[in-house]
Design a protein around this ligand. Structure first.
Ligand code: PHE
Length: 451
């Protein structure tokens, strides 16, 4: 394989890939899905999927990368020419996610800026968020700021510095989230929300719940988009693969669970128990958290500012990994120089991001399958293409190259405790379930069949 970067930027990429998993997916996306899909029911399904599906796929992807030393396109092609298509399909995912991820990243920058400017009180107002996203220009401005930040880091190759900083910021984010969560759940009226969040109620269970949880799992753990394959390709043979996977999973899921605890009960407090407020979707975090901060009194302004700064960091490390992946795919294929590629990807992301942004304002009449533009892109990548990629990955590993290839790779560095489950999952359970869920939910979403 042609070397595409020198040693030090490889290390930078490894670190970026590690920081890739924890991001807006955990703090912004997980809580609103949990709120929407029945709280405890969603939580239970998510955790079950994480320890089975998530574990299986992450082991497979990292081992594929480490075995071949290549990223997705090369890895699939080297092991079986007929599966080159899978590498390409995988590569489409970050291209879809990156632009709309930056729209949300832009919202985070805006909130951070508001707190710094001392507008935290205003941010807690009822109309603040809705009037902000409805404007044509402002959200696009912040989208550009977020993309510029990401592009500068990718271009200057300063991931290393950013990753060092995020090693400090991430633990602070965890601590601060726990503090905010404890504050939230001790507010009067929050208990009802806590119960909603942790008690499964199967009357609101549907195939859509599983699909949403599955999509969230892929998204949050940066699976089914080739990122973990690339990450694996930079992993040392002696590094314990199974243990690393478990740790990434625990960390990623832990942060998501805490984020939910911060937000879902707060919805109950501020809406006086009005459950319809749980359906807000992408805006949930931005509407709810400033109210919690305001409730804290004067200190809340500082807590709010610090919180959005930390979230911004988490979002940036994820955005860097997305952009880096897109840039390197294009560079490998088109042989453009890095500066030009970064510029093209940044401009492309702005252009594609703009409709997602306008979809909350002047284009809010445009609905695709009943979804806003951003929601549609999100649905397309997380609930359609990623499950398809995951399905073929299972077939590829389970039936084409066979599971022994992966097991042998894992065993280079340690015992493989979860081997039996891995084999059964990847050969039988995972592919069958993915197809069943995918078909039923697409029929559902397109209105052909209502389940
Ligand atoms: N996993 C990241 C998050 O939770 C999002 C992401 C998706 C990052 C895909 C990279 C690739 O926010």
């Amino acid at each position: 394989m042609k070397e595409r970067s020198n040693f030090s930027s490889r290390i930078g990429f490894v670190l970026a890939a590690a920081g890739s998993a924890v991001g807006l997916g955990n703090i912004w996306r997980f809580p609103y899905l949990a709120a929407k899909y029945g709280g405890g029911t969603f939580l239970l399904v998510y955790i079950l999927l994480a320890i089975t599906f998530g574990f299986t796929l992450m082991i497979a992807e990292i081992a594929l990368g480490r075995k071949t030393g290549l990223s997705a396109i090369g890895a699939y092609r080297t092991l079986n020419k007929k599966f080159s298509f899978l590498g390409w399909l995988t590569s489409i995912v970050p291209m879809i996610i990156f632009p709309y991820y930056c729209v949300i990243g832009g919202w985070v920058v805006k909130y951070f800026a508001s707190y710094v400017a001392g507008d935290g009180k205003a941010a807690a107002g009822d109309e603040f968020f809705s009037s902000f996203i409805a404007q044509p220009v402002q959200p696009i401005f912040w989208l550009c700021v977020f993309i510029a930040l990401t592009a500068i880091i990718v271009l200057l190759g300063v991931q290393k510095g950013i990753e060092k900083a995020s090693k400090i910021m991430m633990p602070i984010l965890v601590v601060l989230s726990v503090v905010v969560a404890v504050y939230t759940i001790t507010m009067p009226g929050a208990m009802e929300g806590v119960l909603y969040y942790i008690t499964p109620d199967f009357s609101n269970f549907s195939p859509m719940t599983i699909l949403a949880a599955l999509g969230q799992l892929f998204y949050s753990m940066s699976l089914a988009m080739g990122i973990m394959i690339t990450y694996g390709s930079y992993m040392k043979k002696e590094a314990n693969l199974e243990k690393s996977v478990r740790q990434i999973e625990i960390f990623d899921t832990g942060i998501a669970l805490i984020a939910g605890l911060m937000i879902v009960p707060a919805v109950f407090v501020f809406s006086g128990g009005d459950k319809s407020q749980l359906q807000q979707g992408p805006s949930l975090m931005f509407v709810t958290l400033p109210k919690v901060f305001e409730n804290m009194g004067d200190g809340g302004l500082i807590v709010g500012g610090a919180f959005f700064l930390l979230v911004l960091f988490a979002a940036l490390t994820s955005a860097i990994s997305l952009m880096e992946t897109v840039v390197s795919i294009l560079q490998d294929k088109l042989h453009w120089n890095r500066k030009v590629t970064c510029l093209v990807v940044a401009l492309g992301a702005i252009l594609i991001g703009i409709p997602s942004s306008l979809g909350f304002g002047i284009w809010d009449h445009i609905q695709i399958l009943g979804m806003s533009i951003l929601d549609f892109f999100d649905f397309l990548s997380n609930s359609v293409i990623m499950p398809i990629v995951a399905f073929f990955t299972c077939i590829f590993v389970g039936w084409i190259i066979k599971t022994k290839v992966i097991s042998d790779e894992v065993k280079i560095s340690s015992r493989f405790r979860g081997e039996k489950m891995f084999v059964v999952m990847i050969k039988y359970i995972a592919p069958i379930m993915i197809i069943a869920i995918l078909v039923s939910s697409i029929l559902n979403a397109t209105g052909i069949m209502v389940i």
